[in-house]
Design a protein around this ligand. Structure first.
Ligand code: AMP
Ligand code: ZN
Length: 663
């Protein structure tokens, strides 16, 4: 046997035993034998670097060092999941689905593993790259570290899988490994880690992969992304991946009804503590991929999946003091400062009390013994007071009447639960907060300027509002702390460049209460320019999709304010965009026509197709009716849609025909 053959034999043997040991938990050879084979392979690889392979079983022990993790764009965006907390939430979700899907629906239920999300790309059956979720669009390349995770196959049998695919999973640190790691740290005189989830995601960002190899991380797989997938349901995906040696937990159930889904939820709510790893809920997915495509995504998450979060864990502690924070919109948040307490593995020192009504409702007072609840990412909250422990001399909490920062008398608008400091123009945290919001990445995205510098510029009296940014000169900032010629120049350049930001970003940047990124986009698209928005009546705003009473009212009040109008006029004079740039493809060719779109398209995301139809004067509706003019069908369209279109005599066209219509 040649050296090359021996190396290849050892590699495939070790991959196999590794799988038996770490995934199947049923080893066929002793640890000693395994180590002997691994040592032999290491030696041969060292002597014959010409046969090196970055997916050899020897990479499991680490050794590669990553100084800077490269940013990599995901092939497919990694979405979040919508959350639900009750039976009613779930029923509402299914009702929403029912508006689009008439056929029977199956649900796949899985556990929601609590760790760090990861996207792992394979080509020709080989691991090529592992990237963290990051912001969903791009993440960090942590391949060297992920290669050390033994339950993740580096080579897979591609019999049932396409040539190129990405798997999605969660990297977790099981409880047992976590406590061992902590025991070890304590022995070395180091501070123990707070919880398995943060330790798992922290591990992925260690520079030295041999350190990562010491940590018994696991990679639990729950999904796949690929172009030519012959599989057509989530449940099948899970079994196919399991059969291809991926570590897909077996606690999966295919359910025919919501009742069956609840059985699963209740069972795991009770039994999850016996699982080897941390979970924070259940993920329910519409099983059929054609259904999934018809449902599509919102701006943040798929409509076909829902996380059901288990009820948070609770602890008892003492409320030391209530303090008050002022946000950028002037909203006051009362904060409970607590005697530090451990909840689900993290130390909790503060909890939100929300507003005056909440304090009154709970009758919570300084010095009280309180119940604190915390779940996942949610800010801890106080759920109740233990009245048996209350000091008989205590008096009810008096909510503040004046702003803790600027001493202005607080106001509370009708129908609102929150108090506000009305001194928008000179209350320090509001002034700074609004400018910080204005420059943030999703708003004006001013490069070279950060939150700290904004605070400094305000403190130094160089700016008082966001319009002032555009009058800054290099000479003004160059003498500030930690500024130099280069950074001052970059700051001014960044400000100048931000003038190019599109109108919807500018609208979001203005910081209108309740007008988030998505709402700003909706309003901008609908009313096109600032004058329309300034002059819009409340009723007119409420007619826009997804704009309710509260948002409409807030927009109207914002533009009634002379100070705000003054700022906008100044921004206009500096050349910021205050109207939507019309796209070139606009026409009236589809005027009066109603379309339904279904399936997957080659040249368009469904959103884009919808936008294109609207740009050309047409309308898109969700379901077929006798008023529908055309059904545009992509791949994988549901059979029921097709039947219905035929019954109603609605022409079914493909995307090429559509493109001709708008030419
Ligand atoms: P969230 O971060 O709360 O929006 O939840 C979305 C994350 O849940 C995803 O990015 C996944 O990493 C994670 N997750 C854990 N278990 C699952 C599962 N079984 N299916 C889908 N996502 C899961
Ligand atoms: Zn104030």
């Amino acid at each position: 046997m040649s050296v090359k053959e021996r190396i290849e034999d050892l590699r495939s043997e070790l991959h196999h035993h590794n799988y038996l040991y770490y995934v199947e938990d049923s080893p066929e050879i002793s640890d000693y034998e395994f180590d002997q084979k691994l040592k032999e392979l290491e030696k041969l690889e060292e002597e014959h670097p010409e046969f090196s392979d970055e997916n050899s079983p020897t990479v499991r022990v680490g050794g590669q060092v990553t100084k800077n993790f490269a940013t990599v764009k995901h092939n497919e965006r990694m979405y979040s999941l919508s959350n639900s907390y009750s039976k009613e939430d779930m029923e509402d979700w299914v009702k929403r689905i029912r508006r689009t899907i008439e056929e029977d629906i199956l649900f796949t239920c899985e556990l929601k593993y609590d760790g760090a999300s990861i996207n792992i790309s394979y080509e020709n059956g080989e691991f090529v790259r592992a990237v963290t979720r990051g912001d969903g669009f791009e993440g960090d390349d942590v391949s060297n570290n992920v290669r050390t995770i033994r339950s993740l196959p580096l080579k897979v049998d591609t019999k049932n899988l396409p040539e190129k695919f990405d798997v999605r999973g969660e990297i977790v640190l099981p409880f047992e490994g976590f406590s061992k790691l902590n025991a070890e740290r304590v022995k070395q005189g180091l501070e123990p880690y707070a919880n398995p989830r943060n330790t798992a995601s922290g591990s992925l960002k260690l520079q030295d992969s041999s350190e990562v190899a010491q940590r018994p991380l696991e990679c639990l797989i729950y999904g796949i992304q690929a172009e030519n997938l012959s599989i057509n349901s989530q449940y099948e995906v899970l079994s196919t991946l399991r059969n291809s040696n991926f570590n897909v937990p077996k606690e999966v159930k295919l359910c025919k009804s919501l009742n069956e889904v609840f059985e699963y939820i209740h069972y795991w709510d009770e039994h999850r503590h016996s699982l080897p790893f941390e979970t924070d809920g259940v993920v329910i997915k519409v099983n059929n991929f054609t259904h999934q495509q018809e449902l599509g995504h919102t701006s943040k998450s798929p409509r076909w999946a829902m996380a059901y979060k288990f009820k948070a864990e609770e602890a008892i502690t003492i409320l030391k003091e209530i303090t008050y924070q002022v946000g950028r919109t002037g909203a006051i948040t009362p904060v409970a400062n607590l005697k530090p307490v451990q909840i689900s593995g993290t130390t909790v020192k503060r909890a939100s009390l929300h507003n005056a009504d909440q304090i009154k409702k709970l009758d919570v007072r300084e010095g009280d013994t309180v119940f604190v609840e915390k779940g996942g990412e949610i800010i801890p909250k106080i759920t109740a007071v233990d009245f048996s422990q209350r000091d008989p001399n205590s008096t009810p909490t008096k909510y503040i009447t004046h702003c803790p920062e600027c001493k202005t008398e607080l106001v509370k608008e009708e129908g609102e639960a929150v108090h506000f400091c009305p001194n928008a123009s000179s209350c320090p945290p509001q002034v700074t907060g609004r400018i910080q919001h204005f420059i943030s990445r999703k708003a004006m995205d001013i490069e070279g300027l950060g939150g700290e510098t904004v605070a400094l510029l305000v403190r130094e009296g160089l700016i008082n509002n966001y319009a002032d940014l555009y009058t800054l000169k290099k000479e003004d900032v160059i003498n500030l702390e930690r500024m130099a010629e280069k950074s001052a120049q970059n700051l001014i350049k960044g400000i100048e460049k931000s003038k190019k930001q599109p109108f919807e970003k500018v609208l979001f940047a203005l910081g209108i209460r309740y007008v988030g990124e998505t709402v700003a986009k909706t309003i901008a698209k609908s009313l096109k320019n600032i004058n329309e928005i300034v002059n819009a009546e409340k009723e007119q705003l409420e007619k826009i999709d997804e704009i309710g009473d509260r948002i409409a009212q807030s927009v109207v009040s914002f533009f009634k304010n002379d100070e705000n109008l003054g700022l906008i006029n100044r921004l206009k004079s500096y050349g910021l965009n205050f109207e939507i740039e019309e796209s070139e493809n606009k026409s009236n060719k589809l005027q009066g026509l109603k379309f339904v779109i279904s399936g997957v398209f080659k040249n368009y995301e469904r959103k884009e197709l919808k936008f294109s139809i609207e740009q050309n004067g047409g309308k898109v509706t969700g379901s077929l009716s006798k008023n529908t003019d055309y059904l545009i069908a992509g791949d994988n369209m549901g059979p029921s849609k097709k039947e219905k279109a035929e019954k109603l005599n609605i022409p079914v066209i493909d995307e090429t025909t559509y493109e001709h219509m708008i030419k």
